[in-house]
Ligand binder design. Structure first.
Ligand SMILES: CC(C)(COP(=O)(O)OP(=O)(O)OC[C@H]1O[C@@H](n2cnc3c(N)ncnc32)[C@H](O)[C@@H]1OP(=O)(O)O)[C@@H](O)C(=O)NCCC(=O)NCCS
Length: 238
């Protein structure tokens, strides 16, 4: 089995965060493809553009490689289940939920994978000129975030918008509900000290979650939300 090259982008407590490129040489791409399940191959084949098919295959191949590394099994032997709203989780050898939690996010040529013992969610966004922060801010930001955001100069607004956006989506993904949760009701601290101040019902208390802004440099934003305490099963509701 190929060994995982490189190191996590970040390790916090026992959670590793991997920030990986989705570009690959032909031989590497074929290797990733060979590890995919039949259903992952079918998903890949549904992409109209080859670029998207290749990114999907590299992403899910890398997910298998990295998670297989933690589990001590071959990439193609990694098995997944899905929660009701689509959040994938690892299955153990007996077909039950594995204690290792993970979450995946991808955007453009990049992916983010976090793995550790506590429930977590990650989000990465490559800034996209089709997203207009000026018209989205009112829908997405909580009142205190919007008030702060409006004090920023036009040059500062994009970074702040994506910082808030990825924080909220990481929480939505941690609880497994997706953005249907109502992201404007997820309230975080303005400025750089990342914390939740308010959460939608069923997400627990703000202090239940550890929020981390991930800095990948200009044009790429990311965040991770991670439970502070261990939970007994992956299907336990937030
Ligand atoms: C989950 C969701 C937030 C993903 O947002 P996104 O920015 O498009 O995508 P990201 O790159 O951050 O994350 C995608 C990955 O998150 C994971 N994922 C999928 N559903 C998830 C969920 N409900 N919670 C957490 N993670 C999820 C998958 O690994 C997915 O990768 P894949 O599609 O390549 O397998 C978004 O799709 C969403 O809101 N879904 C709502 C789910 C829902 O309500 N479904 C109703 C039908 S049952």
């Amino acid at each position: 089995m190929m060994l995982v090259a490189g190191k996590p982008f970040l390790t916090v407590d026992e959670t590793d965060v991997w920030f990986e490129s989705l570009q690959a040489e032909e031989a590497e791409y074929r290797q990733y493809w060979s590890w995919l399940s039949e259903s992952e191959r079918q998903t890949a084949q549904r992409f109209v553009r080859e670029l998207h098919r290749r990114r999907y295959a590299v992403c899910h191949g890398k997910v298998r490689l990295l998670l297989g590394h933690y589990l001590g099994i071959a990439p193609q032997a990694v098995c997944f289940g899905r929660q009701t709203l689509g959040k994938p989780f690892l299955l153990d050898a007996s077909g039950g939920p594995h204690a290792l939690r993970f979450n995946l996010s991808h955007s453009g040529d990049w992916m983010l994978l976090a793995a550790g013992p506590r429930e977590l969610g990650v989000d990465i966004e490559v800034w996209d000129p089709r997203h207009d922060p000026e018209s989205l801010a009112g829908e997405i930001l909580a009142p205190n975030e919007l008030e702060y955001w409006l004090t920023l100069s036009p040059a500062e607004r994009a970074a702040a918008f994506y910082r808030f956006w990825t924080r909220k989506e990481s929480l939505a993904k941690a609880v497994g509900s997706g953005i249907g949760i109502g992201v404007a009701s997820i309230e975080t601290t303005p400025g750089s000290l990342a914390k939740f101040l308010g959460l939608p019902k069923d997400c627990g208390k703000p202090s239940d979650w550890h929020l981390i802004d991930l800095d990948f440099g200009a044009g790429i934003s990311g965040a991770m939300s991670r439970r502070r305490r261990l939970q007994s099963t992956v299907t336990e509701s937030a």
